[in-house]
Design a protein around this ligand. Structure first.
Ligand SMILES: [Mg+2]
Length: 268
């Protein structure tokens, strides 16, 4: 027997002037929860980094590499054939170890007060995201999450259930942005991200914020530079909020466009 969570179609917000879509792991959280689970309970950091490199070089895709990482978590925890790294176990470990950017709550409240929907767009699994949210940001329990789901089995094993199994991303985030960019008039889309899973969405944003990583590992930034995609680094949601205010409260459309052009210059 298996239990499959339904993958529901996202709610689309109509008639908004602005919308925020944000990656979860490493962008809203300070550490990637899937990296944490893989490094701690699965194949370990060196093998994970090697897989990530093969994705970057185009030898593997994100969907298959990520699946291998999660399979290693289940396999690694087998004791005499019994699964110890169950989904519940991993979910609780993540909720107890992963922290969120402490400026995100105020940012979310600022957006809510200004009629700006905030949507989490993640390549992770919804129940894990919900568990972290519930532990650290319970007041945000109602936030929309567009992500993958999970399939659990009676023997305790589990596997990721991709939203877009036909895509090499598993969850093609550009599909979350597309309904907004095709609206007439289209809202300004603020997208926040940090990594490989955000590559497909990067081109669709009006204003792309890329999370600054002090360790220098910033795959989304590198991708934007190579592909000349306008972007802007940010360190906290407080900083991003300051910049968004200039755009949201601009007095004229002309002023708004000139602020965007100034703050998101062409990539040389
Ligand atoms: Mg991320």
């Amino acid at each position: 027997m298996s239990q499959e969570s339904p993958i529901t179609e996202p709610v689309i917000y109509h008639g908004k002037k602005f919308i925020v879509l944000s990656d979860w792991d490493g962008t809203i959280t300070t550490q990637d929860s899937n990296d944490f689970v893989t490094d701690t309970y699965g194949m370990g950091l060196p093998d994970r980094v090697a897989l990530n490199q093969s994705v970057r070089k185009g030898q593997d895709n994100f969907r298959d590499a990520f699946r291998k990482m999660l399979v290693s978590v289940v396999e690694n925890g087998k004791v005499e054939g019994k699964v110890t790294h169950t989904f519940e176990f991993c979910k609780n470990a993540v909720a107890n170890n992963i922290k969120v950017d402490d400026t995100f709550k105020a940012f979310y409240e600022f957006c809510a007060a200004n009629d700006i929907p905030v949507v989490v767009v993640s390549s992770g699994m919804a129940p894990i995201i919900r568990a972290v949210l519930h532990k650290h940001l319970a007041s945000l329990d109602g936030i929309q999450i567009i992500s993958n789901e999970v399939k659990t089995y009676d023997d305790g094993s589990w596997e990721i259930q991709y939203r877009h199994p036909e895509s090499g991303f598993g969850h093609d985030k550009s599909k979350a942005i597309a309904p907004y960019t095709s609206m007439q008039p289209a809202p300004i889309v603020f997208f926040f991200g940090d990594g490989v899973s955000d590559l497909s969405a990067a081109r669709g944003a009006t204003c792309l914020f890329v999370k600054y990583k002090p360790n220098g590992e910033n795959e989304l930034m590198e991708y934007c530079i190579i592909n000349k995609i306008k972007h802007r680094l940010f360190q906290s949601f407080e900083e991003a909020q300051g910049l968004m205010k200039l755009i949201i409260f601009a007095e004229t459309e002309e002023e708004r466009q000139s602020i965007i052009a100034r703050e998101w210059p062409e990539v040389a």
